[in-house]
Design a protein around this ligand. Structure first.
Ligand code: GLN
Ligand code: ZN
Length: 772
């Protein structure tokens, strides 16, 4: 194939930018509005300024076409629901009374009405508000916000492209409205939705949009032929409209697969595709369909969801191939930059050499502009940038931080036996029964106890230097003593120390492991006004000293009952961090697992009889495509077993996951070979217990009998009823009694009452068991 010279210059563009502002101004303004301290006008003014500042930043970095409509006061999927008039019946009065308050009512609920459900945006840590749709849904177009934002950008003299959630993905991301039968597919509403999109497109055209981007990330998931047909038909219909801008259909997070030929056949003017990571297969697939003759291709070659610098030479090679496969090629990040922090240059605590390896949103826009220049003017025009990039990549590859020979040697020497407990479960169970002497239906909790205001204040005081380490640790010790005393009074069987020393279950360990970096300002939106600061898995991982032994042992010294040690598992340590991109994630997971294995050993040596390794993220990092799942589950379960398999038969390994729907990973759960697993089950009436039993799960299980997501105190009789339900699926010798999840977000009074009821329920049901 011969590469055509680019006819028009390659444009640099992005699909979205972090919304929060340099100092999280958006969070402050929105929360201020909720508290009544900021007026609606002031909130809108802040939003307007933040958008302008973002566009200025993009233009200065050399982005030729800026996105509009990607900004949001809460969530862009909620904004789409507003745009198409899909307001649930229970929120209509609030929206009618005041559009802004109604918007926040949908997002957060009010005293009287529940909010929309929130769930993860594909396999990212961003959460969107799930549209609720049913056969009665009537759509109506409201393009006002989109039009206003486009006008704002155009008035600044910028070339701007509105970005909308596409109609197919919008419907595929929706769920049936309350009261609508579960089997209902909102995709049935496509014909009703398209005229609304047609209206919005016409309005945007009238406001000056040359192009509009329609995001269809749902098409990178496994889709049925009917769904692909629906998508193809939708874009034929939209393309057939006469009064419309040019259409750019965007996909990201993975390869398009079968959706690629379907979209390529439609007469839309452009496709935006991801060419990073597992989506790199798009390159071959594109060649296989004969390219995109007559179309614009926006090539996502800069990873939009990780924080590492681009490899210019690799990207330029990809772009060179793409030039021969489309009419016109532009350069972009693989997805919206919403998923990375704003500006690496703001970081003060990271070694300047290491900082050169990092690209947050701002640095990525510069990379995109550089690559577009290289594509247009030839690599000679960016020779200096390429040389600097090569040097930075080399310094990363050679650094002692990224390559620790001892860690590599150890990971390379891992054998299959290291990942398997030598004794079968029955033998371990007997040894553990002898050692722990627990009653039938033993009671325990998931780990954390209420994180009180005083604890948070103590941590802030320590950071600010208002108290010293000694005073802080005294505070922690007092808290642990109180938590232990309470659990003894309440009559729990396996106690915990309560995790008061942990700010966050990943960050706490990341801060103590060599190879992890922390940021000061690396905030990423998780949902609404909630931002997280994921640590960075930058190099080879080792554990310079024990991390949890001290407080666990202290707790054990206060009681004769067994205290459970609490660790965060390797899969979750990866899932809630930025992961290095210079080796397969499985290799990184193995290094983390070996560090945790040492921690498990040290806990055991210190006399900890029960050790829980939490893996709440095991399911959420499941690859989007089913074909990629077995490989993921293989390294994920291996990492868990490597963490836990080094203990003696009498040491009981627990794990915990907080979700009720785990059907697609039930085999993986079994593969973990943990002695006991606790899961969320209260709301689903022990459904997980039945599913585990259906699968023939042979070990201990604690389906939660107390829903910790609500301040409601479950009655003892209610918990007992759930336990009796659980007993129908799991025999008494293997059934545990515990809440759904950790108690850190709860207050003390309801926690005390709930746990007392939980213990009472266990005693009641125990007494009903046939004497053995
Ligand atoms: N041990 C943790 C806690 O109790 C588990 C949290 C989680 O599952 N997300 O807080
Ligand atoms: Zn949990």
């Amino acid at each position: 194939m011969t590469a055509k010279p680019a006819a028009a210059p390659a444009r640099a563009t992005v699909y979205g930018y972090p919304r929060q502002g340099q100092h999280r101004e958006l969070k402050k303004a929105v929360e201020g509005y909720w508290k009544g301290r900021v007026s609606a006008d002031a909130l809108r003014a802040t939003a307007t300024e933040l958008r302008a500042a973002n566009w200025r930043q993009l233009a200065e970095a050399g982005i030729d076409e800026v996105p509009t409509g990607d900004f949001s006061l809460y969530d862009h999927v909620l904004d789409t629901s507003v745009m198409v008039g899909a307001v649930p019946a229970r929120h209509r009065a609030a929206v009618r009374a005041d559009a802004l308050d109604g918007y926040f009512a949908m997002a957060r609920g009010t005293q009287d009405v529940a909010p929309l459900e929130m769930t993860k945006w594909f396999d990212t840590n961003y959460h969107y508000l799930v549209p609720e749709l049913g056969p009665d849904t009537v759509f109506s177009a409201d393009s006002s916000q989109q039009v206003a934002e486009l006008r704002q950008a155009l008035a600044l003299g910028l070339a701007a492209r509105p970005v909308l959630v596409g109609p197919v993905s919008y419907l595929l991301l929706a769920k049936p409205a309350p009261g609508v039968a579960g089997g209902y597919s909102p995709l049935a509403l496509l014909d009703r939705l398209l005229p609304v999109y047609a209206e919005v497109l016409a309005d945007l055209r009238a406001a000056g949009a040359e192009w509009v981007q329609l995001d269809e990330p749902a098409l990178v998931q496994d889709r049925t032929p009917a769904e692909l047909d629906a998508a193809e038909g939708a874009y034929h219909d939209l393309a057939a409209l006469t009064d419309r801008p040019k259409l750019l259909v965007a996909s990201y997070f993975d390869r398009l697969g079968d959706a690629l030929p379907a979209l390529a056949r439609t007469p839309v003017e452009g496709l935006a595709m991801d060419f990073t990571g597992s989506a790199a297969a798009n390159l071959d697939d594109l060649a296989a369909v004969g390219g995109l003759p007559g179309k614009r291709l926006v090539a996502g070659v800069v990873d939009g969801r990780n924080i590492w610098i681009n490899d210019y030479e690799t990207s330029l090679a990809t772009l060179a191939i793409l030039l021969g496969l489309a009419d016109h090629v532009d350069v972009a990040a693989s997805c919206s930059l919403l998923h990375v922090p704003l500006d690496a240059a703001a970081e003060r605590g990271i070694d300047p050499q290491v900082l050169r390896w990092l690209a947050f949103a701002r640095q990525k826009t510069a990379e995109i502009a550089t690559l577009a220049a290289g594509l247009t003017r030839g690599t000679g025009a960016i020779a200096a940038e390429i040389a600097a990039n090569r040097a930075d990549l080399a310094s990363r590859a050679d650094s002692p931080l990224t390559r620790d020979p001892a860690v590599r040697a150890r990971a390379g020497a891992v054998t299959d036996a290291d990942g398997h407990r030598p004794q079968p479960y029955t033998e371990r169970a007997a040894a553990q029964r002898g050692r722990l002497r627990l009653p039938m239906l033993p009671t325990t909790t998931i780990g954390s106890f209420p994180q009180t205001g005083e604890l948070r204040t103590a941590r802030a005081d320590l950071r600010a230097g208002r108290i010293d380490t000694g005073a802080y640790e005294e505070r922690i010790a007092t808290e642990i003593a109180e938590v232990i005393a309470f659990q003894e009074r309440a009559g729990l069987d396996v106690l915990v120390h309560g995790e008061p020393e942990r700010n966050d279950m990943v960050q706490f360990f990341a801060e103590q492991l060599t190879g992890y970096l922390a940021t000061q300002d690396g905030w990423v939106q998780s949902y609404g006004t909630r931002y997280v600061r994921p640590p960075i898995l930058a190099g080879d991982i080792s554990r310079p000293h024990p991390m949890s032994v001290r407080w666990t042992s202290y707790a054990q010294s206060l009681t004769d009952r067994p205290v459970k040690g609490m660790l965060t598992g390797p899969v979750t340590m990866l899932a809630w961090s930025f992961v290095r991109d210079d080796q397969p994630p499985g290799d990184t997971a193995r290094q983390v697992a070996l560090a945790l294995r040492d921690e498990v050993r040290d806990l055991e040596a210190a006399g900890t009889p029960v050790i829980q390794v939490d893996e709440p993220a095991l399911r959420e990092t499941l690859p989007l495509r089913a074909a990629d799942r077995p490989a993921y589950l293989a390294w994920a379960t291996e990492a868990f077993r490597l963490t836990t398999a080094g203990v003696a038969a009498g040491t009981q390994i627990h794990t915990h996951m907080c979700y009720a729907e785990f059907g697609d990973i039930v085999e993986a759960i079994d593969d973990l070979d943990a002695d006991v697993i606790s899961l969320e089950a209260a709301r689903s009436h022990m459904q997980v217990a039945r599913e585990l039993a259906g699968h023939g799960y042979p070990r201990g299980a604690g389906p939660g009998v107390y829903d910790i997501h609500s301040p409601r105190v479950p009655g003892a009789e209610e918990a007992a009823a759930l336990l009796r339900e659980g007993l129908k699926a799991i025999p008494a010798e293997r059934l545990w009694v515990n809440p759904d999840c950790g108690l850190k977000t709860r207050a003390w009074p309801e926690t005390e009452a709930s746990l007392r009821n939980l213990v009472a329920a266990a005693r009641t049901v125990r007494a009903e068991l046939p004497a053995s």
